[in-house]
Design a binder for this molecule. Structure first.
Ligand SMILES: N[C@@H](CCC(=O)N[C@@H](CS)C(=O)NCC(=O)O)C(=O)O
Length: 220
C-alpha cells in the first residue's frame, strides 16, 4: 500500500512533511480532509490520530501523527543514510532540539502573534508578541553568524523546519531584513531545496500575507 499522507500545505505544520517527501522523492498519496465538514472528526480518522490534527500518515497500517515525528520517521524509514538526519545520537539530538523548539516556541510565538489580530477582535498587532518573535530571530541571527547552517556546515532537517517558520514570519508585517545572517542562510536554502522551495515554503504563505495586508489597511 502506498504511503498515505493526510494534510495540505495550507497548514504550516504539514509543510515539513511535504518538504521531506518531495526533497527525498518518496512516493505517497495525499489525502485531503474537508475540515469544514468535520471529516477530521470522523471515526476512521480518529483511529489514525485521536487528536484529529493534520498532518498524519498511514504507512501500510502504521499511523504517525505530529509533524516533526513524521518527518523524522520518513527519513529513518525511506532514506536512513541521509545527512538531513544523520545516524548519530549527538547529531540527532542537536537536530531534535531545533525541531521541538520550532513547534513549541518559534511557530507558537508566530501563531500567538497572528491569531488575535487576524482572527480576533483586536485592531492592532500585539507589540509584545512581535518583539518576542524578533528576539528569537535575533538569536538565530547570532548563531548563523558562526555557521552556514543552524548546526554547522551541513543542511539538516532542523534548517528545513526553521526556514518554513521564518518564511511565514516574512508574510506578516514584521521586518526581518536587518537580520543579515538569517537572510543569507534563508537564501542559501533556496538553492539547496529547489524542488520544494516555491511550492512548499514560499507560496503557501501568500494567503497569510494577503490577510495581513487586508487587515492592516482595514485597521488604519
Ligand atoms: N503539533 C501538531 C500540530 C498540528 C495542528 O495543530 N494542525 C492543525 C492544522 S495547522 C489542525 O489539524 N487543526 C485541526 C484540529 O485541531 O482539529 C503537529 O506538529 O503536527
Amino acid at each position: 500500500m502506498v504511503l498515505e499522507v493526510y494534510g495540505n500545505t495550507g497548514s504550516p505544520h504539514c509543510r515539513i512533511v511535504f518538504a521531506v517527501l518531495k526533497h527525498l522523492k518518496i512516493p505517497y498519496e495525499q489525502k485531503t480532509l474537508d475540515m469544514r465538514n468535520k471529516e477530521h472528526l470522523q471515526a476512521d480518522y480518529l483511529k489514525l490520530n485521536p487528536f484529529h490534527t493534520i498532518p498524519t500518515i498511514n504507512d501500510d497500517g502504521f499511523a504517525v501523527f505530529e509533524s516533526r515525528a513524521i518527518a523524522v520517521y520518513l527519513i529513518e524509514k525511506y532514506s536512513p543514510d541521509n545527512q538531513l538526519y544523520p545516524n548519530d545520537a549527538k547529531k540527532r539530538a542537536a537536530i531534535n532540539r531545533w525541531l521541538y523548539w520550532d513547534v513549541a516556541s518559534f511557530l507558537k510565538s508566530l501563531q500567538s502573534y497572528n491569531g488575535p489580530f487576524l482572527f480576533g477582535n483586536v485592531d492592532k498587532p500585539d507589540e509584545k508578541a512581535a518583539n518576542e518573535i524578533l528576539d528569537k530571530v535575533k538569536t538565530l541571527d547570532g548563531l548563523l553568524s558562526q555557521s552556514k547552517y543552524i548546526n554547522g556546515d551541513n543542511l539538516t532537517l532542523a534548517d528545513i523546519g526553521l526556514a518554513i517558520t521564518f518564511a511565514s514570519i516574512n508574510a506578516t508585517n514584521l521586518d526581518t531584513k536587518p537580520f543579515e545572517n538569517v537572510n543569507k542562510w534563508f537564501n542559501r536554502l533556496e538553492n539547496d531545496l529547489p524542488e520544494v522551495w516555491s511550492e512548499i515554503i514560499v507560496k503557501p504563505n501568500e494567503m497569510l500575507k494577503k490577510r495581513w495586508t487586508d487587515k492592516l489597511s482595514a485597521s488604519k
